[in-house]
Write a new protein. Structure first.
Length: 213
């Protein structure tokens, strides 16, 4: 199959409402549409038996991609993602409220955690699927109590895994990372490239995708 010709007929679909993931794809030259899945994350977790962050991130990414792909016909390339923080062996998604965000920050500051992002890609034409989980270690700065309170008051920590971003207001509170920067933002572009290679799609093909929304 001519990969360039095949890619030009595909519509890339992001099964996530994350603005950061959309921005990463756009900056990488990938035209796409957003189709948010109807997966109930808590119900999926309760039924799964997953016990570690790696499994949770990968499992939820797969569930979201398959949910969206099931509603589409041929000619779509669907990407599902999910990010989870492992801090001291405990799984952390988005904080439930400001109090939980405060408790987490008191524990995180001056320490580190591992951010896992699950990726699952489905080619609805061929039916081929591939999964990968990327991991990056995040080292936190030691913000003051006032800085933590001010950050939580913005509402940003309640919208992201682990309660912190690297590309917005939380950036000053991250000292450094080991691993892929884009992974910490919720979508590892290098990982996605390797996944597409696994199913026979060359990355430059995506630059030719037409947004038919």
């Amino acid at each position: 199959m001519d990969l360039v010709a095949a890619g030009a007929l595909m519509l890339f679909v992001l099964a996530s409402a994350s603005p950061a993931r959309t921005r990463l794809l756009t900056d990488a030259g990938v035209a796409h549409i957003v189709h948010v899945s109807d997966v109930d994350e808590q119900a999926a977790l309760d039924a799964s038996g997953w016990t570690d962050a790696h499994a949770v991130a990968g499992g939820l990414a797969t569930a979201k991609a398959r949910d969206v792909a099931a509603s589409l016909g041929e000619g779509h390339l669907v990407l599902g993602c999910d990010s989870v923080f492992d801090i001291g062996g405990e799984i952390h998604g988005k904080p439930a409220d400001a109090w939980q965000a405060r408790v987490r920050w008191e524990r995180m500051r001056g320490g580190d955690g591992i951010l896992y992002t699950g990726h699952h890609v489905i080619d609805t034409t061929t039916g081929r699927e591939v999964s990968r989980v990327a991991a990056s270690t995040v080292y936190f700065a030691d913000p003051t109590d006032d800085e933590i309170d001010a950050y939580i008051a913005t509402g940003e920590p309640l919208r992201v895994a682990g309660g912190v971003t690297i590309d917005a207001l939380g950036a000053p509170f991250i000292a450094r990372i080991d691993g892929d920067h884009s992974n910490v933002m919720g979508l590892s572009i290098p990982t996605l490239r390797l996944m597409l290679m696994d199913i026979g799609i060359a990355w430059p093909t995506l630059w030719a995708l037409t947004d038919r929304s």
